[in-house]
Design a protein around this ligand. Structure first.
Ligand SMILES: [Fe+2]
Ligand SMILES: [Fe+2]
Length: 265
């Protein structure tokens, strides 16, 4: 059984959003804000998928991990939904309405996937998303992006969320292995799911960049290179997130968030 703590944390997002920065910094921050915008739709979709998967999971330890996974994701998206109100409020009404229309399109996709796609597809989408996100979170941890003052607008939400993504990194993979277990299918549907998901990040980021009258530049910093290197490892037929060690400092960070939490279980 994985060592997963469910922390009920609520952030207040009192700090105003400040997007007065270089094009290159914006190229990092706007996709992060786009990621936040997807969370109230993506994470409930993962939770719905896991709820259905639980009916077929016979291993009680994995079933317990899945429940903890879903509870963590539930706290993540509730915080992002609060933060997203601030993001929409930062922009004018026209841009806020555009953001809402992208949100509605994403929600419609995920509701359709739950309704019409197979459990096999939905579990593999979940694994594709989790593998990619974990690679990004590991790169952020390695390059000090969890340090106070280093995160994008939204503050500690990012360090907490990404540290918990690392903490529950084995769950979607183990569900995939138990219920699907096909490497070609993981690569085919996993890649498609990443493309689908990232296309929405791009739409959100582009919408915000247009509103700011700024270009959306592709960033090639050491952190991005590490993220790509870690992501490519997920394509290995022997990839198993259980073999990934926690980067330095993440355990301490999780202990600190446990102490900050309203409740833990
Ligand atoms: Fe999450
Ligand atoms: Fe996750």
């Amino acid at each position: 059984m994985a060592d997963i703590t469910v922390r009920k944390l609520r952030f207040d997002f009192a700090d105003p959003i400040d997007l007065d920065m270089s094009d290159e910094d914006l190229g990092e921050v706007l996709p992060a804000l786009g990621l936040s915008m997807t969370m109230p739709y993506l994470e409930p979709y993962l939770i719905r998928t896991m709820k259905v998967a639980l009916k077929s999971i016979t291993n009680p330890e994995l079933a317990a991990d899945v429940r903890h996974f879903s509870q963590q994701e539930g706290h993540h998206y509730r915080n992002h939904a609060e933060f997203n109100v601030k993001i929409r409020d930062y922009f004018d009404d026209t841009t806020a309405a555009e953001l809402v229309s992208i949100e509605e399109a994403l929600e419609a996709d995920y509701q359709r996937f739950t309704r019409e796609k197979s459990l096999r597809f939905n579990v593999t989408y979940a694994e594709g998303f989790e593998a990619m996100t974990c690679a990004g979170a590991l790169a952020m941890a390695e390059h000090g992006l969890f340090d106070p003052g280093s995160t994008p607008p939204g503050g500690e939400l990012w360090a907490w969320h990404m540290a918990e993504e690392i903490e529950h990194r084995t769950v979607a993979f183990n569900v995939f292995e138990e219920l699907v277990g096909s490497y070609p299918y993981r690569i085919f549907i996993g890649s498609w799911s990443q493309y689908h998901y990232l296309s929405y990040i791009g739409r959100f980021a582009k919408c915000m960049a247009n509103a700011l009258g700024r270009p959306l530049v592709r960033v090639h910093r050491p952190m991005q290179r590490t993220a790509i290197r870690r992501y490519l490892k997920t394509w290995n037929p022997r990839y198993n997130p259980a073999e990934i060690d926690m980067p330095q400092g993440v355990e301490e960070l999780l202990t600190r968030f446990s102490a900050m939490a309203e409740t833990t279980r």
